[in-house]
Design a protein around this ligand. Sequence first.
Ligand code: PMV
Length: 351
Amino acid sequence: MNKVELQDPKLQSVTLQAAALRSAVQKWLPKKDFPKENVGTAFAPANIALCKYWGKRDPLWNLPETDSLSISLPHLGATTTVCFSDHSEDETFLNGHPASVQFSKRISEFLNLFRRDPAQHFHVETQSNIPISAGLASSAAGFAALVLALDQLYAWQLEPRRLSQLARLGSGSACRSFWPGFVEWQKGVHPEGEDSHGIPLDCHWPELRVGLLILEDAAKSISSREAMGITRKTSPFYGAWQAQVPKDMATLKVAIANQNFVQLAETAEANAKALHALMLSAAPSIVYAKPQTLDTWQRIWQLRDEGLPVYFTQDAGPNLKLLFLEKDLSDITAEFPNLRIVAPFGKSLGI
Ligand code: PMV
């Protein structure tokens, strides 16, 4: 940081906030010695929100305005390896190639929280088996895998809830990627997010299927971070969203407890539609859907009218995730032959 930058009050405040966050995080971490040649490697699954997180009450601590609830996708996600490097800066590789400047910067800013001294640099390699930045929760899996790998590197041996809190600082939804199955993220009330982390729900539902319908795998036009900030600030309906989420959370939990598929899938689809309507009402409007997304919504509604119980959810991208039951697999694959099918509570198919 040079003197000119320090004179800019906005930059100065950002720097001070980052320093405050780092010292708070350092207090959570054990100060154990560890072999410098340690290497951490870990996998974390992607998770798909059935009740979405959209809007931060505190951007520094990445604390959400509302609770959210997801389902993890076994075997689909990110595997990250991290070790110390002698280079003068961090090196970040994504799927075997040097990562973009933007991605590397985001990772290095996150790693700033964990460096024991400013001269400590990292070599990070991530392999993702889902498309990056296409609204398929690749960043959630990536930050969760990085935190698990750091836990090994520094030999912290932290509890999953603490790891979940750390990953939340990199990408909010990453805090739900530490468990299989359904995971709830409670918004919490603590100013430093001590009570804002993933909590696994007790449920085993072998017949449930999630289908990934990749309609376009280009990177998204606007990051979820930026888009949720604009929505929260400008949408006249943000208050209505905040009022709706607790109702959707309650309905989803009842549906999970009773393994009531229609109740679960109807609520998840309604929550996603409310989210995308909310974004449309922001200024400027945020629209992740592409023409083929809208065509597929219509086709899914038509299939339901014809008696096939298939529903969708959609995140910050044009792709859809279908929800259905094993018994309808052949009808669904006849309709969507390129669907990537995941059994969240069993072996994954078609991967
Ligand atoms: O955690 P982020 O910043 O990538 O935001 C995730 C946003 C959604 O995927 C749209 C919703 C969610 O809860 O995962």
